[in-house]
Design a binder for this molecule. Structure first.
Ligand SMILES: Cc1cc2nc3c(=O)[nH]c(=O)nc-3n(C[C@H](O)[C@H](O)[C@H](O)COP(=O)(O)OP(=O)(O)OC[C@H]3O[C@@H](n4cnc5c(N)ncnc54)[C@H](O)[C@@H]3O)c2cc1C
Length: 357
């Protein structure tokens, strides 16, 4: 670090983990700069717009198990950013439709979603943060004991004492390749499965007795009626997710090809219920190359105090929305420890309860 009283802290990635980290640091009195390559915040919790249609094409819903996350969800519900999704969820398997998936496994599942779209949670966390969007950070360089950041477009993004990287592992490894090769090599092989997501809408309601379904024995793994989630426009819009194995096999397919095959699989899955194929009013596919971690590293975040480097994301500790949030919060605690050690020689007591804006 440069020894100045106010350490310069940067977070790369404005998905849930990066924003949970940045928000916690700001709540603890630190200035933080956030960069994301996308045009909006949210990462894999984004909501896609197409004219007046809306689709949650990444994360579909989430559950809350850890008390720290459950508290945050409770606060978001009170603020109107999150609501429970009481939709009927089933399993389409071997041509038979079973009961509600949570009930079938003998435990009721409380599912939550962002309102009016999944991205609402990240937008809420991002409020008032200093975020530069549409800024793809290039591989880092070291300058003395600091980090020199530049954008892929060649813009100087400054020198910083502490960098938090919240991107998926392959992207994190690329950023660290020359400035921190040992860390780059360590995270590079953390596996992520891809997922093709199809966003399709129809003029009329499909006569199916469920709002979401896990699909087995199919190129699909999940289908959901997006409009059944709270706060969404009343549209017959569906999100279809390809299974990890199908998406891996077809990862280089053209989007139109992936959309056609997964829509065909949708009609095959619905045929036993007597639902015939019909013309889509709108249909596009999006490839998530790094969708879901299949073997997260055991640590909830990774930190190198000597370098001023902290890594977080759903690939640390636990996958999915809850894991991303907890990893981002843990990363913030590590940063606080690090900057306090630097200024006082002793670690801080850690984070207070989340307040989120
Ligand atoms: C199809 C799909 C379905 C899912 N379904 C569910 C579900 O139902 N329930 C659930 O709990 N979870 C689900 N998940 C997982 C959930 O979305 C993730 O666990 C969570 O959103 C991960 O957040 P994150 O912050 O770790 O990463 P991300 O959201 O991926 O954020 C990383 C950010 O880093 C940015 N970035 C990367 N490289 C750079 C760079 N060089 N410069 C600048 N920015 C960069 C990216 O643009 C991105 O915004 C799903 C994910 C997908 C893709």
């Amino acid at each position: 670090m440069n020894g100045s009283a106010t350490p310069s802290i940067v977070v790369v990635g404005a998905g849930l983990s990066g924003l949970a980290c940045a928000r916690a640091l700001v709540e603890n009195g630190h200035g933080v700069k956030v960069f994301d390559k996308a045009r909006g915040v949210g990462g894999r919790m984004s909501t896609r717009r197409a004219d007046d249609l809306r689709y949650d094409h990444g994360a579909q819903y989430f559950t809350a198990r850890a008390p720290e996350f459950a508290d945050a969800v409770k606060a978001w519900v009170a603020e109107g950013v999150v609501a429970a999704w009481p939709g009927t969820i089933t399993t389409l398997e071997n041509r038979a439709t079973l009961g509600d998936d949570g009930e079938r496994k003998g435990r009721p599942v409380e599912r939550f979603v962002g309102v009016p779209g999944m991205s609402a949670i990240c937008k809420h966390l991002a409020a008032d943060l200093d975020i530069d969007l549409a800024t793809r950070v290039a591989p880092f360089a070291r300058e003395g004991d600091q980090w020199r950041l530049r954008s892929e477009a060649g813009d100087d993004l400054g020198v910083h004492d502490v960098v938090v990287v919240s991107a998926p592992p392959a992207q994190t490894a690329a950023l660290l390749a020359s400035a921190a090769p040992t860390w780059s090599a360590r995270v590079a092989d953390t596996p992520m499965a891809p997922c093709w997501a199809v966003m399709v809408s129809f003029e009329e309601r499909l006569p199916v007795p469920f709002d979401g379904a896990f699909v087995h024995g199919s190129p699909l793994s999940w289908v959901a009626r997006n409009g059944s989630k709270p706060g969404r426009p009343d549209q017959e819009s569906w999100v279809l997710h390809g299974s990890p194995s199908w998406s891996s096999e077809h990862v280089e397919d053209a989007p139109e090809q992936a959309a056609r095959q997964l829509l065909d699989a949708f009609w095959r899955a619905l045929a036993p219920a007597g639902v015939a194929a019909r013309t889509a009013a709108h249909c596009v596919a999006h490839r998530w190359r790094y969708a879901l971690p299949t073997a997260p590293v055991p640590e909830v975040c990774l930190a190198d105090a000597a370098l001023g480097l902290v890594l977080c994301g759903d690939w640390c500790g636990g996958p999915r929305v809850e894991g991303a949030f907890l990893s981002g919060r843990a990363a913030a605690a590590r940063v606080l420890e690090l900057v306090s050690r630097e200024s006082t020689g002793s670690p801080t007591a850690g984070l207070g309860p989340p307040t989120h804006g």
